[in-house]
Design a binder for this molecule. Structure first.
Ligand code: CTP
Ligand code: MG
Length: 232
């Protein structure tokens, strides 16, 4: 492994945001003064430890060109795909053209998570830089968990002390991530995040505890909650 791997960022932003039920993909909805996607990009721009950043967009995305960042040389546009994993792979292809090496680190962060704190990003980078596998920001679940039957009634209470919610960024080595994603996709394994691809490949990603307010905007109430918070 090279002694000084670089750190790259991939922002998958090719989703349609069906659960938001808005008139456009959620990354283009407004949060305070800018779009969600612009805030997300701001979480990384200017960070001295990062080598480059790509954003994976749908081929026919009509909104991106109207953002100021569309012409920012620090952000390169990659090809999104049908599944999130396809969009991440599109980002990796572009990173490879930009010179990313096999052992370089790649941070994948959802376009729909605009509230990533710099301290969380820094902790992820410093805690995992020497890790053989990599890992992700995660949050221990807070509520009591129930397993439910088909009739909507509780079967049992689940031990929550061993259950964490997977957040992003998720940070893995370029080649390990690419191979795991390609392999898992080829075998039709359900992969909803990068860690699950690495798990499929037999690796154990490390969890780094992050802030719970690095939430992914999924439903309308998530955006309302962040809008309120950013006002105060
Ligand atoms: N994403 C992507 N390419 C896809 C699907 C999702 O780049 N084919 C991105 C989304 O743009 C988002 C992130 O992956 O930034 C997390 O996905 P999710 O929250 O599920 O977003 P959407 O798929 O857009 O929303 P929904 O599932 O409600 O349709
Ligand atoms: Mg989705």
């Amino acid at each position: 492994m090279s002694k000084h791997p670089s750190f790259w960022v991939v922002i998958p932003a090719a989703g349609v945001g069906s659960r938001m039920r808005a008139d456009r993909p959620k990354q283009y909805l407004q949060l305070a003064d800018r779009t969600i996607l612009e805030h997300t990009l701001d979480c990384f721009l200017g960070h001295p430890g990062l080598k480059g950043m790509v954003v994976s967009l749908a081929a026919d995305d009509p909104w991106w060109p109207s953002l100021g960042y569309a012409s920012d040389p620090r952000i390169r546009r990659a090809e999104g795909g049908v599944e999130r994993a396809d969009s991440v792979l599109g980002g990796l292809r572009l990173l490879s053209e930009l010179g990313a090496g096999a052992d370089d680190w790649v941070l994948v962060h959802d376009a729909a998570r605009p509230n990533l704190a710099r301290e969380d990003l820094d902790r992820l980078l410093s805690e995992l830089a020497g890790d053989p596998v990599g890992g992700l920001l995660a949050v221990p679940v807070r509520d009591t968990l129930k397993r439910v039957g088909p009739d909507g009634r509780v079967l049992e209470t689940v031990d929550r002390s061993v259950i964490w919610q997977a957040y992003t960024p998720q940070m893995f080595r370029f080649s390990a991530l690419q191979e795991a994603l390609v392999g898992a996709l080829a075998e039709n394994v359900a992969i909803t995040d990068e860690a699950s691809a690495l798990e499929w490949a037999g690796q154990s990603p490390r969890l780094i505890e992050g802030r719970a307010d690095n939430l992914k905007i999924t439903r309308p109430e998530d955006l309302q909650w962040l809008q309120q918070r950013w006002k105060s």
